[in-house]
Design a protein around this ligand. Sequence first.
Ligand code: ATP
Length: 459
Amino acid sequence: MAETKLTMDKIVNLCKTRGFVYPGSDIYGGFANTWDFGPVGVELKNNVKRSWWKRFVQESPDTYGVDAAILMNPRVWEASGHVQSFGDPKMDCKNCKQRFRADTLIEAHSKGTVAAEAMTDEEMEAYIAEHDVKCPHCGVRNWTPIRKFNPMFVTSRGTLESDADKVYLRPETCQGEYVNFLNVQRTARAKVPFAIAQIGKSFRNEITPGNFLFRTVEFEQMELQMFCREEQSMDIYADYKAKALKYIEDLGLKAENLRYHDHDKLAHYAKAACDIQYNFPMGWQELNGIHHRGVWDLSRHQEYSGKSMIYIDPFTNEKYIPNVIEYSIGADRLTLALLCAAYEEQALDGGETRVVMHFHPAIAPYKVAILPLQKNLAESAKAVYAKLSKKFMCDYDEAGSIGKRYRRQDEIGTPFCVTVDYDTATDGCVTVRDRDSMEQIRIKIDEVIPYVDERIQFN
Ligand code: ATP
């Protein structure tokens, strides 16, 4: 893999120049911590989402998908606890007026060796004083006490901006599954244990966003909520820990860069919680979470909505509120991890270097690039493009030397380049070049689709 140290700057730079990701509202000087996916990036992220959906919905007969509204009845956020009590522990630097999360400050200061999530506000304040944790922005230690900060974005509905019209942009997608628990159970005739899955946008007014796509104020979550009996819940929790790890390893994250982080301190309703962390260029950080949430969510919705959330077992007639196991991973955060894992600067013979993105072919933005050897072969190359693009996302490039065009495709991770040359018209063959090995084979045009198809599957 990479011979020189991978930095986030390298990834950000490649993303901007190759059309993966641009700064949000770029021509206005950007809009902090918002990012726009470009033509290559949108394919990558869509493929990541498809791979997740395939693994966890399509291939999981006990899992049903939904796509719930972002704007929900504000009572949902009272039931979830977000309106009243949840909040991040923020501290302001009195010197430079920058705002930070106390737990993030401690984790950064201790290089991840102290689990700040297990600390009370008082313990965090004491740690910061004892260890002389200074403001990362101005280097002075002059903090306000910790105050809770509600990270929900508020907007209003209707024409009057009164409190009665207040609505929230959802800070998590999972409430869409809880409120549809009985709808899905009845319409899908689902029997416990079953899961409801969703991919969608969430919004958090984060105190310390940053590190490119890692922590943004608007992001997508891919998550599912498994409803089960209490006796089976710990086994299901363990099962999702294993499935979550296998999924990201299968996508190309190396085992040595992944680790479980079991939580010491749990929310009062939770029975177990674990993150899987990835070794990003800025260090080990959470990539996804698996949480045993007990009966908290459904019980709260029963209380706040007045609607029964009781499941009646069709075999035993038992009546109960199911336990919930949650598995949640950020699509943008995973895309960032996959960008980091794929990046390689490879020294070639002759002193040249090529940057190559070794994406799993299933998530590569383009599966095939069609390249006429010379511009006067454009017509037959475009005919190949027309044929292949019915099946795969393809790129077409006729500008510059063939070597430069191969490099461009390497940088966006295209697994196969198909070159149309002067013999193509007579022998009906094209050259297929492999991104990783750079080996080339010559095959019939009709063989290209099965050849590529076989090599891009995510199983
Ligand atoms: P963190 O501790 O990093 O704030 P969290 O524990 O609040 O994350 P969850 O609420 O469990 O995260 O969300 C599930 C997943 O959603 C996270 O593991 C992460 O992949 C993603 N995620 C959460 N917040 C953000 C964000 N601000 N930007 C991008 N992705 C995020």
